[in-house]
Design a protein around this ligand. Structure first.
Ligand code: ATP
Length: 283
């Protein structure tokens, strides 16, 4: 595998077009972005904005019509792609799949069982190691995919609306497992239209009609530019609101407090962070 850990994965002026009726349809236009090793990037956009097309481009499932992709630290192996459904496996069970994955990456055969067992335990599905994927739930399959990445120490993984169909417990399990591999150094690209998911990463890229309309920090996405008049009418919207999404509840509360003249010591993204910021004020 060719890996250059110093170099970002770069998309430069990428356009994706498909044949449509008598001409062509542009799905992505002038996309330029860099992904660094170990980053967690959230890509957000409404239905049809081009998120899956971008995910397919990053994972190599789809080719660009024009532009350049420099794979940098992500190397030349296929990038794991976790979706709601129709995941691709090399074996019938997690154990078989991970054996294939590690052998194909040249891992020492004697160490493979221990590495797999440890990865399965870390994401909490060691008891399902011999269960056929066809008999596993969507969340269990996603955890199996994450265990594979953990075992193989893959440099990057792409999640495309992966948790949309999961109940809240499975969703939290998948997000926590994704955070584990990210902390271990795997870059995570998390595509979603669930605005609450964005608090897991520090950077947000927003897509609108196949173009990048925002690429900056998560905090700025929820707080930048927001000003109100005395009737609570928004004078300038945040990038999140500009995109047509409602601010998550803890962030709405922080904006309301600011409007009432109460400045929190930090800008919270989650309920837990809001509680912490308010507790600091009332100490
Ligand atoms: N092969 C194709 N031919 C014509 N239109 C296509 C094709 N593939 C995708 N599209 C259109 O391109 C747009 C972007 O699709 P894409 O699946 O990337 O969006 P998305 O942001 O992932 O949407 P969603 O959140 O609904 O999954 C959509 O309007 C879709 O209908």
């Amino acid at each position: 595998m060719i890996l250059n850990l110093q170099i970002d994965l770069q998309l430069i002026d990428i356009t994706v077009e498909v044949p449509y009726e008598n001409g062509s349809l542009t799905l992505l236009k002038d996309i330029s972005l860099c992904i660094s090793q170990g980053e967690w990037i959230s890509i957000v956009g409404k239905n049809g904005s081009g998120k899956s097309t971008l995910a397919q481009l990053l994972t190599g499932v789809r080719k660009a019509s024009s532009g350049i992709i420099q794979r940098g630290f992500s190397g030349d192996e296929p990038i794991p792609y976790v979706m709601q459904q129709e995941m691709q496996w090399f074996g019938e069970t997690p154990w078989e799949d991970m054996i294939f994955l590690l052998e194909s990456r040249g891992e020492d055969v004697k160490l493979i069982p221990e590495i797999i067992q440890s990865a399965l335990e870390r994401v909490g599905i060691d008891l399902l190691k011999d269960r056929p994927f066809a008999e596993m739930s969507g969340g269990q399959q996603q955890l199996a995919a994450i265990a594979g990445c953990l075992a193989a120490r893959t440099p990057i993984i792409v999640f495309d609306e992966a948790t949309s169909m999961l109940d809240s417990t499975s969703r939290q399990q998948v997000l926590a497992a994704a955070k584990t591999i990210n902390q271990q150094g795997t870059a995570v690209v998390w595509l979603t239209h669930h605005i609450e998911d964005l608090s897991f990463g520090e950077r947000v890229i927003a897509l609108e009609s196949g173009k990048i309309s925002y690429d900056d920090s998560t905090t700025a996405f929820f707080y930048r530019g927001s000003t109100f008049d005395l009737n609570h009418t928004t004078l300038i919207k945040t990038p999140c609101e500009e995109l047509g999404f409602t601010l998550p509840y803890p962030i709405q509360v922080a904006h309301e407090l600011k409007l009432k003249g109460i400045q929190l010591p930090t800008l919270p993204l989650t309920s837990e962070q809001l509680v912490e910021a308010v507790s600091y004020l009332v100490k």
